[in-house]
Each structure stands twice: as structure tokens, then as C-alpha cells.
Design a protein around this ligand. Structure first.
Ligand SMILES: Cc1cc2nc3c(=O)[nH]c(=O)nc-3n(C[C@H](O)[C@H](O)[C@H](O)COP(=O)(O)OP(=O)(O)OC[C@H]3O[C@@H](n4cnc5c(N)ncnc54)[C@H](O)[C@@H]3O)c2cc1C
Length: 514
């Protein structure tokens, strides 16, 4: 693996075997796998920010932390040694160590915003243009394979509804994604608009110093309250087990428990909800009132279940520091907001925890042989590759399990694929519908009754579509995919190498299960 620093002159073109887009947790993990499993390949990571971390660098609101445990949100190859729920700072430190320990740094081009990406079938190459932010120069890379690790939302422009009267408000209105840590909220009345993971994170942090916190939610969320510790990990440490073993065993335990939980959410949602309530009562007291603010309208885990370490949201509620209002916002006023039912909520600071603006493929214009790619015209292969778009893979993780589980899994898949292409001398890989897929129903990417977060539903027409067979959808099911994806037959008829299907070779390429 050559690690020469590539600092191309404006107007010049640099060639690498693989361009990885984005230095978030997906891009760094993918680089690690490429180095380990395809040591002969050259690569560059193009990142528009001036540093790594993606999500964990963008979000700076009080208390910003993971809502999954780091045993599974951490990579399978680097043990996590802290508390299960980690702050953004701890996650960045962990990622920094991965970069440092594996010599990934020299491959990263920070301050490179990709502005265009075009595939040439004549050359079997992607040409990737980026603006180098330091001098505004356009720099060009060519590569054989494009590994899209750019996430799924716009890091610069979050989603804020166009509420009436916003211009009247005299206080400070800020979206959580754009929060500046210099803002002082000591002794202030803070209104958080929205529920879900971000609100669950900021509310206890605000409650520590603010005069009072109000959460205005359109509809209630499910919360999972638990101590921020893993007893199995603590016990294994106590008896002297090494960290790599603890990491492996605790990951297995957590994934098993989550699998059970997901199944139970589908099979017996009412029983699960009663258990969630019992956990909340541990922190908020036996007489805590769930009606009307904590009785959601959807099934547990149809949208993300908000994790609540040490029951912090409910401790704040029980201590009288948090008021919840379940209503819709009718208008902003000079002093705060008025809800549809006429309630006035006054606040010095209003924080919009209203979610993301979807960004498909980093909003980069793509073309194949001069024709613009409309992602909605493509059909996704297992949520990672797309018909009509060769030599490209998107790392889109899980929502019910840790995102990073899929980073490791797809890392194995891409490396296996690249090595296979080298073995058979192929320069181009496509996925294509087979004869048996001809009458397959073509549907939107998201299965609304399975998982339906607002930011995906709002812009569903920007996303690729899916079929109704396992190969042609991202089913968000880690436990099925951990068997199916490593067991993929790379000579299967859904793959075209240099435009042709391979004669069926009865060989299933096995790679390790995470
Ligand atoms: C506050 C918050 C907490 C979360 N907590 C969890 C959690 O606990 N567990 C979980 O599983 N998931 C969580 N998620 C989901 C989370 O986004 C993913 O888990 C994960 O961090 C995504 O990593 P990524 O590297 O794929 O994308 P990102 O973190 O979005 O990183 C993508 C990178 O690509 C860069 N990029 C994008 N477009 C371009 C371009 N055109 N040119 C160059 N660079 C570009 C961006 O600058 C960014 O650095 C959370 C999300 C948020 C917002």
C-alpha cells in the first residue's frame, strides 16, 4: 500500500485505484479494510471538511453523544474500552487512533469538496472533480472504483420547517446541527422543538444549567432507559480477560440482545412497551404519568428508539426541570411560540431538533458516459450498488443496529469483489436485473411500515428504488445480512463483469462474519 501524499496541482489529474468519499466513520473503516485486504491498491479519501469524523465533528450541541453502544458502533477490529454510550469527543479520539495506528492519514485529502463524478465506459474509469477549499482550485482524480462513504444527510443545511412568524421572534433560534458551543444557556429558558434522539440528548444537558427546558413535540417517542455500563464487559475486565476478547464477546452479547428486542418489537409490541415503561419508572418514579406525552402512535422501532442513559431525560422531568408539550407549532411570536391549541411557550433560546435534509450521494452530480444519473431511476442491489452505475458502492448502514456493523461487512464485500475482479481480469462490475427479475415489482427505497423516518420519507423520490426480492432491497436487517452478504456468490447472475455474466462457477466465496 503506497501512502505518498497526493497534493495535485490545479488542473492536473491524479490516478488511484479507489477513491473513498468522506472521512466519517464509514470512510475511515473502509480505508482500513482496503489496506488490510487489498494491500496492492492505491487509494485516496476525499473529504470536504478540514478534519475527519463526519457526523461526530458536525454536531456540537450540548451533550452530543452516540445513542448506540460503542462495542457495536466501534469497528470490529479495534476494541472499545470506554462506557457503552460515548461522547462525540470520545468517538473522534477513537477514530483518530484508527487513523494513526494504521497510517491512514497520508491518504486523506481534507478540504476537498467533490463537485462532479463521471464514468467513462471507454476507459473504465471514474473521473472525480473536487474543489480544493484552500485555494478554490479544481483538482481531478481518476479511479477504477468509487467507494461512497458520504453518509446520507447535508452537513451544512439541516432541515428547519418554514414556520410562520419566525422573523418576529426576538430570542435566539438555532438548529441543533448548527449549534455553536459558545452559546451560553445558563439561566435561560430553552425550548427544544422536536423529539427523538437529538432532543433526548440535548434536553438533559440543557436541564443542568438552563432555568427551564420545554420540549415541544408533534408526537411522542419511545425511550429506552438503562445504566451507561455493560456488566459483562466490566466482569470480564475484572477477571483479567484481554480487550480484543472482551470486544468480541460483548459485541456478540449486544447483537444477540438487540436481535431479540427487534423481533419482540414486531411480535409483541405491547409487552415491549410495558417493559420500556418499567425502565422509565426506575428513574422517574412509580407514579410517572405516560399519558399523553409518552404514548407513541407507531410501533417500537418503526422509528429509532431513543436511548436514555441513566434515565437522564426522565430524571429531569421528575425534578421539574422539563415540561413536555405535545402539540403542533402554529406560529412564532416575539417571545416564543404559540401552539395550535393556543398555548404560549416563552423562551430565550429555541433549538430546532427537527432533523436532517437528505443528501443522496453527497449531492454530487453523477454521469455515466455523458448521461446524468437520476438515482431514482436505478434499482439498488442490497442497498449498496445500483443498476446502470458501474464500479460504485454506497455504504448505507443500519438504523436499528449500529451503522458501523455494515461498514465492516461492506468493507469485506468490496475487498472481496475487487480481488475477484483482479483474479478474473475484469475492469468493470455492474449489477443488473436478471430474467427472473423481469416482472418484479419496483417500489420506493423505504418500506414505510418497516422503517419511516421523516427525512427519508420527505425526499423518497431522490433515493434509488428497490425490488421485492432480498437482492434488490436494503432490508435494514443486520441479522439476515450477516449471513447473506458474506455468502454472496460473486459469480451470481446479478453481477456483470465487463458487460457479461460469468459462467456459473459453483463456488461461494466465504468471508468472516462480523
Ligand atoms: C447526532 C447523531 C448521532 C448519531 N448516533 C448514532 C449512533 O449512536 N449509532 C448509529 O448507528 N448511528 C448514529 N447516527 C447515524 C450516523 O450518521 C451514522 O452512524 C454514521 O456516523 C454515519 O457515518 P458516515 O461516515 O457514513 O457518514 P457521515 O458521518 O455523514 O460522514 C460523511 C462524510 O462525507 C463528507 N462528504 C459528504 N459529501 C461530500 C462531498 N461532496 N465531497 C467531499 N466530502 C463529502 C462529509 O463532510 C462527512 O465528513 C447518528 C447521527 C447523528 C446525526
Amino acid at each position: 500500500m503506497s501512502a505518498t501524499k497526493i497534493q495535485p496541482k490545479a488542473g492536473s489529474t491524479t490516478h488511484v485505484d479507489v477513491v473513498i468519499v468522506g472521512a466519517g466513520i464509514s470512510g475511515i473503516g473502509s480505508a482500513y479494510h482496503l489496506q488490510q485486504q487489498c494491500p496492492g491498491k492505491t487509494y485516496a479519501i476525499l473529504e470536504m471538511k478540514e478534519t475527519f469524523g463526519g457526523t461526530w465533528e458536525t454536531h456540537k450541541y450540548p451533550g452530543v453523544r452516540s445513542d448506540s453502544d460503542l462495542y457495536t458502533f466501534g469497528y470490529r477490529f479495534k476494541p472499545w474500552v470506554g462506557t457503552p454510550i460515548a461522547s462525540a469527543e470520545e468517538i473522534l479520539k477513537y477514530m483518530g487512533e484508527v487513523i494513526e495506528e494504521n497510517g491512514i492519514g497520508p491518504h486523506i485529502r481534507y478540504g476537498h469538496r467533490i463537485t462532479r463524478s463521471s464514468w467513462s465506459s471507454k476507459d473504465n474509469l471514474w473521473t472525480v472533480e473536487a474543489t480544493r477549499l484552500a485555494d478554490k482550485a479544481t483538482v481531478t482524480f481518476t479511479c477504477n472504483f468509487l467507494w461512497m462513504c458520504q453518509g446520507y444527510y447535508d452537513h451544512e443545511k439541516p432541515y428547519t420547517p418554514d414556520w410562520p412568524g419566525m422573523d418576529k421572534y426576538k430570542g435566539l433560534l438555532v438548529h441543533a446541527q448548527l449549534w455553536d458551543p459558545k452559546i451560553d444557556y445558563t439561566g435561560k429558558r430553552v425550548l427544544v422543538i422536536g423529539s427523538g434522539a437529538t432532543a433526548a440528548t440535548v434536553i438533559p444537558a440543557f436541564a443542568e444549567k438552563a432555568a427551564h427546558v420545554t420540549m415541544l413535540q408533534r408526537s411522542p417517542t419511545y425511550f429506552f432507559c438503562s445504566e451507561n455500563k455493560n456488566e459483562l464487559a466490566d466482569r470480564l475486565r475484572q477477571i483479567g480477560i484481554d480487550e480484543p476478547t472482551i470486544h468480541r464477546v460483548v459485541r456478540a452479547q449486544i447483537m444477540h440482545d438487540q436481535d431479540m428486542m427487534t423481533r419482540r418489537c414486531l411480535e409483541e409490541p405491547d409487552a415491549v412497551f410495558e417493559e420500556l415503561k418499567a425502565l422509565i419508572r426506575n428513574y422517574a418514579g412509580a407514579d410517572f404519568q405516560f399519558e399523553p406525552h409518552f404514548i407513541p402512535k407507531y410501533r417500537p422501532w418503526q422509528q429509532r428508539l431513543a436511548f436514555c442513559p441513566e434515565g437522564d431525560v426522565f430524571k429531569a422531568a421528575a425534578a421539574g426541570k422539563l415540561t413536555v408539550v405535545t402539540d403542533t407549532l402554529q406560529t412564532f411570536t416575539e417571545k416564543g411560540v404559540r401552539t395550535t391549541s393556543g398555548e404560549e411557550i416563552e423562551a430565550d433560546i429555541i433549538v430546532a431538533a427537527t432533523g436532517f435534509r437528505l443528501s443522496v450521494m453527497g449531492d454530487i452530480p453523477f454521469s455515466v458516459d455523458g448521461k446524468a444519473v437520476n438515482w431514482h431511476d436505478t434499482i439498488n442491489y442490497r442497498g449498496m450498488m445500483f443498476t446502470g452505475v458501474p464500479n460504485l458502492l454506497w455504504v448505507f448502514g443500519y438504523f436499528r443496529a449500529s451503522w458501523t456493523l455494515r461498514v465492516d461487512m461492506l468493507g469485506d464485500f468490496v475487498c472481496n469483489l475487487l480481488n475477484h475482479m483482479d483474479e478474473i481480469g475484469a475492469k468493470r462490475i455492474d449489477v443488473a436485473l436478471r430474467d427472473e427479475d423481469k416482472n418484479m415489482q419496483i417500489l420506493p427505497w423505504i418500506e414505510a411500515d418497516n422503517f419511516n423516518p421523516n427525512y427519508l420519507m420527505r425526499d423518497i423520490d431522490l433515493l434509488p428504488r428497490r425490488g421485492d426480492k432480498p437482492e434488490w432491497r436494503h432490508n435494514q436487517d443486520y441479522w439476515a445480512e450477516r449471513v447473506e452478504i458474506p455468502g454472496t456468490d460473486l459469480d451470481g447472475s446479478e453481477f456483470l463483469y465487463d458487460g457479461r455474466r460469468r459462467a456459473k462457477v459453483a463456488k461461494v466465496r466465504k468471508i468472516g462474519v462480523a
